[in-house]
Write a protein that binds this ligand. Structure first.
Ligand SMILES: Nc1nc2c(c(=O)[nH]1)N[C@H]1C(S)=C(S)[C@@H](COP(=O)(O)O)O[C@H]1N2
Ligand SMILES: [Mo]
Length: 176
């Protein structure tokens, strides 16, 4: 038994040593809920049922376009809720008139994929209106590749980068 474990470790060593977060993201898995953490008044966790109790919205047709320019997917519709509605529900912990503008909103997936938004982008540009946390694509629950929750930023020039499959956390970071 011990020998087998040793041989296995020997076999895996090169892969483990060469792994770096940037080049080889960890294996992920579908998410069943998203946690809202960081500089918020009431940290909370939303599963699909909880999100459905907020105002539901539709993206309409979206192509998923990679940063390379390749179209890697498309949908007639994603159904979900606005990220700003979720943030308003828990309340960003704003301390005074000039505090909100230093906030960065970080979305994370189970495989260690991260993307960022700024408070101004979400609340002070048109982009924010089309940033949704979605559970449904073309009338069906998301499949294991995308789901159960994803984030999509419909007004991005390249929609691929901020199409976050397996979304599991939104963190509000007050820049110091
Ligand atoms: N969780 C997660 N979401 C992700 C990625 C990823 O590696 N992990 N890749 C992104 C990239 S590079 C693109 S182009 C789009 C579409 O990728 P897909 O073909 O893997 O669905 O999803 C984005 N969302
Ligand atoms: Mo991509």
């Amino acid at each position: 038994m011990k020998l087998r474990a040793f041989l296995l470790a020997l076999l895996l060593a090169p892969a483990l040593l060469s792994a770096s977060p940037a080049d080889h993201p960890e294996e992920g898995m579908p998410s069943s809920s998203v946690r809202i953490t960081g500089a918020v008044n009431a940290p909370a966790e939303f599963d699909v049922a909880a999100l459905k109790r907020l105002v539901q919205r539709n993206t309409g047709p979206v192509d998923v376009v990679c940063a390379s320019g390749a179209t890697v997917g498309s949908a007639q519709n994603f159904r979900g809720v606005r990220l700003t509605d979720v943030l308003d529900h828990v309340g960003i912990a704003v301390e005074g008139h000039k505090d909100a503008r230093r906030m960065v909103i970080v979305a994370r997936a189970t495989d260690g994929y991260f993307v960022t938004f700024s408070w101004n982008e979400l609340y002070n540009t048109a982009i924010g209106k089309d940033v949704l946390i979605a559970w449904e694509k073309d009338g069906k629950p998301l499949d294991v590749h995308d789901g159960q929750l994803l984030l999509i930023s419909g007004q991005d020039i390249k929609t691929g980068p901020r199409h976050v499959r397996w979304l599991d956390r939104i963190e509000v970071v007050r820049m110091q």
